[in-house]
Design a protein around this ligand. Structure first.
Ligand SMILES: C[S@@+](CC[C@H](N)C(=O)[O-])C[C@H]1O[C@@H](n2cnc3c(N)ncnc32)[C@H](O)[C@@H]1O
Length: 318
């Protein structure tokens, strides 16, 4: 089997980049940190707030933050920053694009909270996922009933003004097939960017952009530099969400709403060589190759910076 070193050198020569031994060692060190370390158990995990989540064998990560709490994450990192409360107060219908339906926690919390504001609100959820786990732990009260009702509708159904449709398959395939959907909010919740890079590339995010209303909010738990950089290059206004269970907050983005990053985060985005998008031009690269190409573009930025090149945030894809 091809080693990571051989794969890195092959991608570099495909991209026309000559690497020094030191650059290869540095890149391999980063890649070793980013790639999954083999399989973990698929046990049910109890999280900080008492709610349960699962461990993904494929990605070697839990479905939710164990330190923040699964339910807390759904409420604080997705629902509240999405500003759906504001939409529900004015509209009769709310549309949600749920990228990474997983255990259905984010969707269930949103439905329950929105119904508290307006009992007659129509809620349309378009959910995407490649594979759902066989056994999904229930959300605690007061969300249990809504959660089980949503799971009962899968793969598509409608109950009491809530419609849910799950598109099964790789996001890169299913997102291309969506037409005519305009989201008030997008919950972008794949596994973390370095473990699940195909779900965070500039090209993948560009498929989401036309599925959003101008005032719509894209929300995620990550503060990842390549992701924020991509959103800015795609013309989004980008801001951060309050930290929950860790030092850094997540990200919120909109085409029209005036979100803005704080000075410190903005200068990090301008200065760090790691702030360059994940690229997946044909939306078909192996995740490991997306990471290798990303690491090569990081080192090209490092070289440019060390020879006095300029940084800067452009909105034009590089
Ligand atoms: C962190 S979990 C989502 C948790 C979920 N939002 C919830 O509230 O329970 C990430 C989900 O993304 C899905 N996923 C990851 N990469 C994908 C891809 N390329 N295409 C489709 N689904 C993907 C996984 O199957 C997993 O269910």
């Amino acid at each position: 089997m091809q080693s990571l070193r051989e794969r890195l050198c092959e991608r570099a020569s495909l991209l026309g980049v000559d690497l020094t031994d030191r650059e290869i060692d540095n890149a391999l060190r980063d890649l070793g940190r980013w790639l999954p370390k083999g399989l973990s158990s698929s046990d049910v995990l109890k999280t900080e707030d008492g709610s349960y989540t699962l461990m993904s064998e494929e990605y070697g990560e839990p479905y939710h933050s164990v330190t923040a709490g699964a339910l807390t994450e759904a409420l604080e990192k997705f629902f509240k920053p999405s500003l759906l409360v504001e939409v529900a107060a004015k509209a009769e219908r709310v549309t949600l694009l749920d990228i990474g339906f997983g255990l259905g926690y984010n969707a269930a919390v949103a439905v329950h909270e929105l119904r508290k504001i307006n009992k007659r609100l129509n809620i349309e959820i378009l959910a995407l996922d490649k594979r759902l786990p066989d056994a999904i732990p229930s959300l605690p009260e007061p969300y249990t009933k809504t959660h089980s009702s949503l799971l009962g509708m899968l793969p598509a159904g409608e109950r009491e003004g809530v419609s849910l449709k799950l598109l099964e398959g790789d996001f890169r395939e299913t997102l291309r097939k969506v037409v005519g959907f305009r989201a008030d909010a997008v919950f972008h919740d794949p596994f973390s960017p370095y473990r699940n890079p195909e779900a965070w590339s500039l090209e993948l995010l560009s498929l989401i952009r036309p599925l959003m209303k101008e005032e719509g909010a894209w929300v995620s738990y990550t503060s990842s530099l390549p992701v924020r950089r991509s959103l800015i290059e795609l013309g989004f206004n980008v801001g951060s969400t309050p930290p929950v269970g860790r030092r850094r907050g997540g990200t919120v983005a909109s085409l029209k709403r005036a979100f803005r990053l704080g000075e410190e985060e903005r200068s990090k985005l301008m200065d760090s060589p790691y702030s360059t998008p994940f690229r997946d031009p044909g939306l078909e690269l192996e995740p490991v190759d997306i990471l290798i190409d990303y690491r090569i573009s990081v080192l090209l930025r490092e070289r440019a910076l060390s020879s006095g090149g300029r940084r800067g945030l452009s909105r034009t894809p590089s």
